[in-house]
Design a protein around this ligand. Structure first.
Ligand code: HEC
Ligand code: HEC
Length: 298
């Protein structure tokens, strides 16, 4: 009996070996889908020190926030400095729960508050793409966080209050185009991370979704992109919104700059259908009126 089993087990083991090896040469379709979402989500921007010609995904330049300065870590498949040892479950937990393989809580400057709304498949396709990229041995730069925001355990309470874990459920009251737009805006392209005002604990205010923020990523204000006619983009036609996401040109004849310029570098690579889906979703939002702010002291 045992003797008969041995060749069988060997054959199974050989089968497992050939099944296991594609972990290195992943499914090309998954990598391609992952690349598209990776661009939509702008992973590269925060995890690459573009200013100093740093290698892709090997660690980002400084991200200044009211809570301190953060550096996107190395997320190349390097086994020592990057995430090369991570399993699918580890990667899912980081993006869905904001928790590291060692059980530490990430700070929400890593926009997992939006990425949590992505589907498992989309998250794992992004992992497949990242793991198809070259490994780079570069150590992470430690964050420089203001007291008392540096304590990772305080994130437990913060998450209980503010982390609305996904994936985003499709809304049956709306059609497929709207749902695609909602998914892109709220999950992958995380527009609200900049366009939604934050409360004093740094969480986005759900009651003012996409209604603009006085404290954007570079300290400047970020415009209201709800359909409010006076303070938002209510007067913009759908194809004008899609055009801004494609060329950066607004119907007012301006070209978006600063961090929105980096966003457009990514949204310009999306399909026309996806840009239109984003526009349709934005136009359907409840309009938010931006209150007039006190003029800035010169
Ligand atoms: C707005 C900037 C920003 C964007 C966009 C961003 N990240 Fe990050 N990411 C960070 C920062 C900052 C950290 C470190 C968080 C911490 O230390 O608590 C981080 C941490 C991570 C980690 C944990 C790494 C480790 O060593 O523990 C992973 C994995 C990750 N990001 C993947 C991604 C992926 C995938 C995307 C795109 C879907 C992405 N990030 C987009 C800023 C960003
Ligand atoms: C990293 C921060 C950031 C993210 C993410 C972001 N934006 Fe922006 N957005 C800005 C800033 C800053 C401006 C103002 C740019 C300027 O004044 O040149 C802006 C401007 C705009 C404008 C022009 C509004 C106007 O009144 O002129 C539109 C439309 C827009 N964003 C849509 C989006 C959409 C849709 C997304 C998600 C796909 C998005 N943004 C994601 C920061 C961001």
């Amino acid at each position: 009996m045992m003797k008969a089993l041995v060749p069988f087990l060997c054959a199974v083991a050989a089968g497992v070996m050939t099944l296991a090896s594609p972990a290195f040469a992943q499914d090309p379709a998954a990598i391609e889908r992952g690349q598209y979402l990776y661009i939509a989500a702008g992973c590269e921007g925060c995890h690459t020190d573009t200013k100093n010609k740093g290698e892709k995904l090997a660690g980002g330049g400084p991200l200044h926030t009211p809570f301190g300065t953060y550096y996107g870590p190395n997320i190349t498949p390097d086994k020592t400095h990057g995430i090369g040892n991570w399993t699918d479950a580890d990667f899912l937990r980081a993006l869905r729960d904001g928790v590291s393989p060692a059980g530490e809580h990430y700070f929400p400057v890593f926009p997992y508050t939006s990425f949590t709304k992505m589907t498992d498949r989309d998250i794992l396709d992004i992992k497949a793409y990242i793991f198809s990229r070259p490994a780079v041995a570069r150590a992470d730069i430690p964050h420089d966080i203001k007291f008392p925001f540096g304590f990772r355990f305080t994130m437990v309470g913060w998450k209980l209050l503010f982390l609305d874990k996904g994936p985003l459920a499709p809304d049956p009251a709306h059609d497929a185009q709207w749902n695609r737009g909602s998914y892109l805006v709220r999950a992958a392209t995380h527009c609200g991370e900049c366009h939604t005002e934050r409360n004093i604990l740094g969480a986005t205010r759900r009651d003012r979704e996409l209604g603009g923020s006085p404290t954007g990523p570079e300290g400047g204000s970020v415009p209201n992109i709800t359909p409010d006619e006076q303070t938002g983009i209510g007067k913009w036609a759908l194809d004008e919104i899609a055009e801004t996401l494609s060329s950066g040109l607004t119907p007012e004849g301006d070209v978006v700059s600063a961090s929105m310029g980096e966003v457009v570098a990514n949204t310009s690579k999306l399909t026309e259908e996806d840009r239109m889906a984003i526009a349709v979703f934005l136009k359907s939002l409840p309009p938010v009126r931006t209150p007039p702010r006190a003029a800035k002291a010169q």
